[in-house]
Design a protein around this ligand. Structure first.
Ligand SMILES: Cc1ncc(COP(=O)(O)O)c(C=O)c1O
Length: 427
């Protein structure tokens, strides 16, 4: 395919007519496909059902003798702490194993920081006129929604192939005491699928910060979520912070939402002992303890990190064909057109497409008008504003591979139609 920018007006109009015929054929199919969120499919959720139906479901006493039906154990049962400490590559006294949502732990950590500060704060973050977070973008929409909800000002930071634009991050963090944190999804990032290089992790860990209580919110949601045998490495953020002499800088988060059950898995957070003690000091007023039965079921089901990794191969076998379907359609329909580029992730839950500037919103609207719902335009940027209006997040996990194929053909048609209109209006 030739670059669309090299096509004559007549050629573009001719192509548009053919694409419109295909678009109208899609409209007649009356599709109702939803690719808005990165949800596991029922087949993936089935993989862990033994936890709820087999012998495991009747267990309630942990190996260390705790009756998991009863109150207590604020930081999680010992076996779950051992399993998930190994999973996050931290020590057992550096982790809290909680209930099902890591997002809730992130929310509570920031809310606590606003009201009480963090372990090394001179005053609560909320005592400042402004609290700011650095937001590598495109990024996870719910991180940004949380900041907006809590009145935290967001500064958009560009994302490269190996992490955020670190020159800008370092400049800003070193010059503004109101900048208290940065969001990071360091592995198979949502939505671009990139993993942070060691150099980026080291720079984040060692950079100068004007705020003495600056925190890295390191959301390792996709730590073992590889799609193939290619496993991208990630330097541990907590170890890097310790090595750099900033042991209290990082909070690590994770969960089994996309390993066992989304919304009924086990969530965890980790940090230096000082941070963990500080967090537990606040948590004791929130809860008497987490759902220990669920933690026990997870320990008995997975046994160890090798068990988690084996289980993730079964997820990959279900997910990979869907990711391949997206890439095959994009390659077939758009390669060489120069109107879009897209990620080829080795893991995670998303494929990120960048169209010509000024097109993403119209593409998403056009796809919706023919029955395919995508993540709203701008959602992957702070305040829902993609200044270039070009990013589209594709979440292929939930529909079947056949439906992904159909949906993506429509998306590719919409990208071409909208970009052709842009080019025709330009000339
Ligand atoms: C980067 C990231 N973090 C966190 C979550 C949600 O995690 P949890 O279910 O543990 O709240 C998601 C879900 O899509 C995510 O993509």
């Amino acid at each position: 395919m030739s670059p669309f920018s090299e096509l004559s007006r007549a050629e573009l109009e001719d192509l548009k007519e053919k694409l419109l015929a295909r678009y109208h054929a899609f409209q007649e199919k009356k599709l109702t496909l939803d690719m808005t969120r990165g949800k596991p499919s029922p087949g993936q959720l089935d993989l862990a059902m033994e936890m709820l139906t087999g012998d495991i479901s009747r267990e309630y006493r942990s190996a260390s003798g705790v009756d998991c039906r009863n109150y207590g154990g604020l930081d999680g049962i010992r076996e779950a702490k051992a399993l998930f400490a190994a999973y996050l590559e931290v020590a057992e006294d550096e982790i809290i194993v909680g209930d099902s949502a890591s997002l809730k732990m992130m929310h509570d950590t920031i809310m606590g920081a606003l009201v009480y500060g963090v372990a090394d704060s001179d005053e609560p973050w909320g005592a400042l006129d402004t609290v700011k977070f650095l937001c590598p973008s495109p990024g996870y929409d719910r991180h940004f929604a949380l900041c907006q909800y809590l009145g935290i000002e967001m500064i958009t930071i560009g994302m490269g192939a190996d992490g955020p634009d670190m020159d800008r991050v370092e400049d800003l963090a070193a010059s503004d005491a109101a900048i208290k944190g940065i969001w990071c999804v360091p592995k198979y990032s949502n939505p671009t699928g990139i993993s942070y290089s060691d150099a980026v992790v080291d720079r984040l860990a060692s950079m100068e910060t004007k705020a003495n209580d600056f925190k890295i919110f390191c959301d390792n949601a996709y730590a073992v979520h590889h799609l193939s045998e290619i496993h991208e490495p990630l330097k541990n953020m907590l170890s890097a912070c310790k090595e750099a002499g900033n042991p209290d800088r990082a909070f690590l988060f994770g969960s089994t939402s996309k390993i066992s059950f989304a919304g009924s898995g086990v969530a965890m957070m980790a940090g230096s002992r000082r941070n963990i003690e500080f967090i537990l000091g606040k948590m004791q007023f929130q809860t008497i303890g987490p759902n220990k039965l669920n933690q026990l079921r997870h320990v008995l089901f997975f046994q160890d990190v090798a068990g988690i990794k084996d289980h993730m191969k079964k997820h990959a076998a279900i997910l990979k064909p869907k990711f391949d379907a997206v890439l095959e359609v994009l390659d077939k329909e758009l390669a060489g057109s120069d109107i879009a580029s897209w990620s080829r992730p080795n893991g995670g839950y998303f494929i990120s497409i960048d169209t010509l500037p000024g097109c993403a919103r119209d593409v998403i609207e056009k796809a919706a008008a023919a029955g395919v719902k995508l993540t709203p335009a701008g959602a992957t940027f702070p305040y829902g504003k993609d200044a270039a209006d070009r990013n589209i997040r594709i979440a292929p996990s939930f529909p079947s591979a056949a439906d992904v194929n159909t949906a993506m053909e429509l998306v590719a048609i919409c990208i071409q139609l909208v970009c052709i209109d842009k080019l025709l209006n330009r000339s």
